[in-house]
Design a protein around this ligand. Structure first.
Ligand code: IMP
Length: 426
């Protein structure tokens, strides 16, 4: 049995889509295990750009089985739209190559309303800066056991009872607490049923299927969404998402045993970015931040928001390596750092008057940490045409080796641009 995992080792946006697309050739099955339409996985094939929010990035390849596991929260309108959009562009999406867990929770229209209402009710620094996709409220309902699952969409009596139960609470909150419009069951049904019907042919017992495929010797790739530092349990709480992008999420979100997992690849950019609010110790000053944002095209794939940019935080990266048992690091966007003649990496934090190397995952406390940097030489040359590790400038190799030395994890793959061929394997 052989399954590998690719997960984000930062605050998301590490370039997972591109790497999963590239790796997909070697796998039979690609599985999303958590998150929802808050993710934005971008894949560039020649002159074509694809942005997947819910579909596994393997969908662009022929003869692969793509699975959306039950740990994902499904925005049916977004998913049905993605299926339609890809089909219009000539990509085959059928019940043969796409399976969606019958037990996956649904993001209902009131979840998006609540997400937005909650955020706008928060004051400046308290705002999480969510994507507004209803993720937090949908996971809340799952865990308080009133969530609607994909299977419920096709059981009219259960669906009606669940919508009524939910609306009596949600409408009270929307009207009396947030002072916004309420919803009717009829409107919710009309807004959701048409998309559910589009998705029905893809519905499956994905847990049984994944385990059957694993037993049959098929190669499985688990595709994480968001990043480890946004994990609900291990991220910079409360400035996190509401799922587990970290390794445990694979087991709970796909229904597999840890015994089938072989490699765990962590993807990190050669620098740090963050969208939304929350502590970010290595955030650059305005000038360097803007320079990096432009060079790296750092704008959110889901919301278009400009990403905050910073120097690579090795304290955070080492924490993620240990937490997830990373077997390899995949380093993306090293070409972007060509704009700097010297490059800083954070090796310690100053916290409560002491120099520390352990990550501080509490969001409030992390604000109190000041980064301590080591400055490494830049390489001052374009890397985008380089196709093998040996040809990298000495300073770029030294940068990569420093990351390995600090984390104790090998950097096996380096990307120097967005195209499929701009990948250097070691
Ligand atoms: P939510 O997941 O929409 O609830 O947002 C919670 C936090 O996670 C916000 O700071 C978002 O900007 C961030 N976030 C959610 N999804 C992604 C992603 O795919 N990439 C980067 N940040 C994300």
């Amino acid at each position: 049995m052989s399954a590998d995992v690719i997960l984000g080792a930062q605050w998301g946006d590490e370039g997972k889509g591109k790497i999963v697309d590239l790796f997909s050739e070697k796998y039979d099955v690609i599985v999303r295990y958590q998150g929802g339409a808050n993710a934005g996985h971008t894949v560039i094939v020649g002159s074509e750009k694809y942005v997947m929010h819910l579909l596994p990035s393997g969908i662009l390849h022929k003869n692969k089985i793509n699975i959306i596991g039950h740990g994902v929260v499904i925005d049916m309108e977004a998913l049905a739209g993605e299926v339609k959009g890809l089909r219009e562009r000539g990509i085959k999406v059928s019940p043969k190559n796409l399976k969606i867990s019958e037990n996956a929770s649904i993001v209902m229209p009131y979840h998006k309303m609540l997400d937005k209402a909650k955020e706008s009710a928060k004051k400046g620094g308290e705002k999480i800066g969510t994507t507004g996709r209803g993720i937090g409220p949908a996971y809340t309902d799952k865990y308080v056991r009133i969530g609607i699952r994909l299977r419920d969409m096709f059981n009219p009596a259960v669906l009606k009872a669940k919508i009524d139960e939910n609306l009596s609470e949600k409408n009270f909150l929307l009207k009396n607490f947030y002072g916004v419009k309420t919803m009717t069951a009829a409107r919710i049904l009309s807004e959701t049923k048409k998309y559910a019907d589009v998705l029905k042919p893809f519905m499956a017992d994905t847990t049984g299927l994944i385990n059957e495929l694993a037993s049959a010797g098929k190669k499985i790739l688990f595709e994480g969404a968001q990043g480890a530092l946004l994990d609900i349990d291990y991220g910079t709480y409360p400035f996190v998402t509401s799922s587990n992008p970290t390794i445990g999420g694979v087991m709970t979100g796909a229904g597999v045993s840890h015994r089938i997992i072989n490699k765990v690849w962590g993807i990190t950019k050669a620098y740090q970015t963050r969208v939304g609010n929350g502590p970010f110790p290595t955030e650059m000053d305005e000038k360097n931040g803007a320079k990096t944002r432009e060079a790296g095209g750092e704008y959110g794939a889901t919301t278009g928001r400009p990403r905050r940019c910073g120097w690579l935080d090795l304290v955070a990266l080492k924490y993620v390596c240990d937490l997830n048992g990373l077997s390899d690091i995949l380093l993306t966007k090293i070409d972007v750092l060509s704009i700097f003649s010297s490059i800083k990496v954070c090796t310690h934090y100053m916290y409560k008057g002491k120099k520390i190397t352990g990550f501080v995952s509490d969001g409030g406390e992390l604000y109190k940490c000041t980064p301590v940097y080591r400055t490494l030489k830049g390489w001052n040359s374009d890397l985008t045409a380089i196709r093998d590790f040996k040809s990298l400038p000495a300073a770029a190799k030294a940068y990569i080796e420093y990351i390995e030395q600090y984390t104790g994890v090998r950097v096996s793959i380096i990307s120097v641009g967005p195209e499929r061929d701009q990948i250097l394997k070691r």
